[in-house]
Write a protein that binds this ligand. Structure first.
Ligand code: SF4
Ligand code: SF4
Length: 387
């Protein structure tokens, strides 16, 4: 009984384990991608967990049940202790994946990562052309990435390439696939831009038209039919062009656990921007407490939090109400139905963003470079932090 004499509420059943740990080792990065998903005010989070703290995070996550581990950033190769953390993760039994731009990956470093037991490397490109690759990252890195790709292959890793797609490079999808085949890629992830972080700020400049998307999809289908299993191509149409949202992160606090460079624990890698969501920190709480008991991880778990129309919707188990970050960005309230859903009263706002993209594409000169992109950089981040 509680103090008022009423029966205590039954304790909540514990959630299942997180299966996937994303360790964002640093927000530092030598590139300046206009679609970067890091927070636009990342300069506010300069403090990074040290090696011992990351080792503890890995141990606690593994004890919770996490089995897949992604080392990402920013650029995780900027951490001198990456090899040590990979070795520790492998010893704990994680399957380890390095998500990298390739900048800083030398032959010697690859050898060390191989010796440490790194299982998998995902290398990102911005485009199949030097011109656009270098423009979108605001660096001269295309040739370097080509060399890194050859080195990764030479060290016996499967070649896994990733390219973020948007209005500027969707017409190059065929050439991007050709580049991947030439490099001997086993996997190619064609990741249509998700509009968070810097990509959200640049949404009008990056938003493709539906025709561009459908044409690119048809090109992908053609290649799939021709090349079979020689290279597996993943292509997911972005939410904005659908009528139902995706089951974001397979459900909030369901299988994904992210840890930011400063130790903030996140139910999704974009959750840091949600106002009123106090992210717990691994320097103050154990991951067990964070996962099972923190408000941030409980807030949108399951279906009990849902407003109408989701609450009484017979499709709610399919998508769990969609993406909380998308709901916040498009409606101003993270607890509303994802505006991607055409049952949402905010759906018209989303269609306007799509329409803006369409108009911008029509007006833009070819190639459409003059769109005012904001590139990820410390000076721009300081402006966002100040505002
Ligand atoms: S998206 Fe580009 S700028 Fe952002 S972390 Fe990745 S490589 Fe760096
Ligand atoms: S109303 Fe909510 S639960 Fe139903 S389909 Fe739309 S987003 Fe999914």
């Amino acid at each position: 009984m509680n103090a008022a004499g009423s029966p205590e509420p039954a304790p909540r059943p514990l959630a299942g384990p997180p299966l996937w740990l994303l360790a964002e080792l640093t927000y530092r990065c030598p590139l300046h991608c206009a679609f970067c998903s890091n927070p636009v005010d990342y300069v506010r989070y300069r403090n990074e967990l040290d090696t011992a703290q990351w080792r503890t995070v890995l141990e606690q996550a593994r004890a919770l049940g996490a089995a897949q581990l992604g080392f990402s950033g920013g650029e995780p190769l900027l951490r001198d202790d990456l090899e040590e953390l990979v070795a520790h993760a492998r010893q704990l039994g994680f399957y380890t994946n390095l998500i990298t731009s390739g900048i800083g990956l030398t032959d010697a470093r690859l050898g060390k990562l191989r010796a440490a037991g790194l299982d998998h490397i995902q290398l990102s490109f911005q485009d199949s052309t030097r011109e656009l690759n270098d423009f979108l990252s605001s660096t001269r890195t295309f040739d370097l990435k080509q060399r890194v790709a050859r080195m990764i292959k030479a060290h016996g890793y499967p070649m896994v390439l990733n390219c973020v797609l948007h209005r500027h490079n969707l017409p190059h999808v065929g050439a991007i696939i050709e580049m991947a085949l030439e490099m001997g890629a086993e996997y190619l992830e064609l990741a249509n831009t998700q509009y968070y972080g810097w990509a959200w700020e640049n949404r009008l400049a990056l938003m493709p038209t539906e025709e561009q998307l459908r044409e690119a999809e048809a090109v992908v289908e053609g290649y799939r039919a021709r090349i079979g299993n020689r290279c597996r191509i993943l292509f997911v149409v972005p939410d904005y062009f659908e009528k139902r949202p995706k089951k974001c992160m397979n459900g909030w606090g369901s299988v994904f656990l992210g840890v930011a460079p400063d130790g903030a624990a996140m139910p999704c890698h974009a959750a840091r921007m949600l106002p009123g969501l106090q992210l717990p920190n691994v320097t103050e709480q154990t991951l067990y407490d964070i996962w099972h008991h923190s408000d941030a991880f409980q807030r949108f778990r399951g279906t009990a939090w849902m407003p109408e129309p989701c609450r009484s919707c017979d499709e709610k188990e399919n998508d769990l109400g969609g993406c909380r970050c998308q709901a916040y960005l498009l409606s101003g309230d993270a607890s509303r139905t994802d505006p991607v859903c055409d049952k949402s009263s905010d759906h018209a706002g989303l269609q306007q963003v799509v329409l803006h993209g369409r108009l911008a594409a029509l007006d833009a000169p070819a190639p459409a470079r003059e769109a005012p992109l904001v590139f990820r950089a410390d000076a721009a981040s300081r402006r966002f932090a100040a505002s």
